[in-house]
Design a protein around this ligand. Structure first.
Ligand code: MBD
Ligand code: FE
Length: 285
């Protein structure tokens, strides 16, 4: 890993903070929930607060600890790391609940670094820099419905980190849309993707999330992963990540987002690897 060299460390916190701007630009969550009944808000807010109160009583939390929490929460906002914090430590449960009814592919969390509307890939190849570092990866698969119908209008939006664990549009110095593209299924529902294998991802050590990790004695790693959003008209959007066997953090992902169904089986091919992984989508209700 090269994330210990100076440049990589210097860019780390910026990635967490850029996610706040991106969230404000791309999502309109307040519009979506503005009609939530007050009974629901009352119940959820009361239960969350009550869980906090119980923890304080159980552990006899002191004023020093309470003030440390206040200082830390203020700093998370100033660092712009709320999207990072929530997606690493909370989103996996929301995803489990939201997709429990599905019969098709398992999905997992989106994380903080998705950008919508990535341009279509040219020649089935993701945009990359001249001499982009990393093992070449060729991926073939099919998009079908749970009843077996090939989804010829299906598409795969793919985004992933580079060989240093950094994402374009979040870490500085990487061309826009690098290692991000939209791939379309053919008349048989097949797709083909040419990219490189990403590196494991380390939560920025120089921001508030990194401070929490250090203070608690945790590690800061996610296993290497490919992010996808797979969709077709009339079918539920599948958000997933795919993982590589043998990664030391597949069993202790800091974001708890690995599932056995999401492990790839790469085979050596030429100077790189070939993977064969297909998607099955659930029809919209
Ligand atoms: C990532 O790359 C990621 O996928 C998640 C879920 C959290 C932080 C960084
Ligand atoms: Fe990621």
């Amino acid at each position: 890993m090269t994330t210990t060299h100076d440049e990589a460390v210097a860019t780390a916190a910026a990635s967490g903070a850029s996610a706040t701007d991106r969230f404000r630009t791309d999502k309109s969550p307040y519009e979506a929930v503005k009609d939530v009944p007050k009974e629901r808000v009352d119940e959820l807010a009361r239960e969350v607060l009550s869980a906090v109160h119980d923890t304080i009583r159980k552990h006899k939390v002191t004023y020093d600890e309470y003030n440390a929490l206040k200082a830390w929460l203020i700093q998370v906002g100033q660092d712009g790391e709320w999207p990072l914090f929530l997606d690493v430590w909370v989103e996996h449960v929301v995803e489990d609940v939201a997709t429990a009814h599905r019969k098709g592919n398992k999905g997992t969390i989106e994380g903080p670094y998705y950008v919508p509307d990535a341009p279509d890939a040219v020649d089935n190849t993701i945009p990359m820099r001249d001499g982009e570092a990393g093992t070449p990866l060729v991926w073939k698969g099919t998009i079908t419905a749970v009843d077996g119908t090939p989804l010829t209008e299906g598409k795969v939006e793919l985004w992933h980190a580079d060989n240093d664990g950094f994402y374009s549009q979040f870490a500085p110095g990487i061309p826009e849309w690098n290692l991000r593209a939209t791939f379309h299924a053919d008349e048989q529902g097949n797709f083909e993707i040419h990219t490189i294998q990403p590196a494991p991802y380390q939560i920025p050590t120089d921001g508030s999330c990194g401070k929490l990790i250090a203070a608690a004695g945790w590690h800061a790693w996610r296993p290497a992963h490919l992010h996808v959003k797979v969709s077709a008209p009339g079918y539920e959007l599948l958000t997933a990540q795919l993982y590589f066997p043998g990664d030391p953090h597949n069993d202790d992902d800091i974001a708890d987002a690995v599932k056995p169904e999401l492990l790839l089986d790469p085979q050596p091919e030429g100077d790189g690897v070939a993977i064969d992984y297909s998607f099955v989508l659930d029809p919209e209700a």
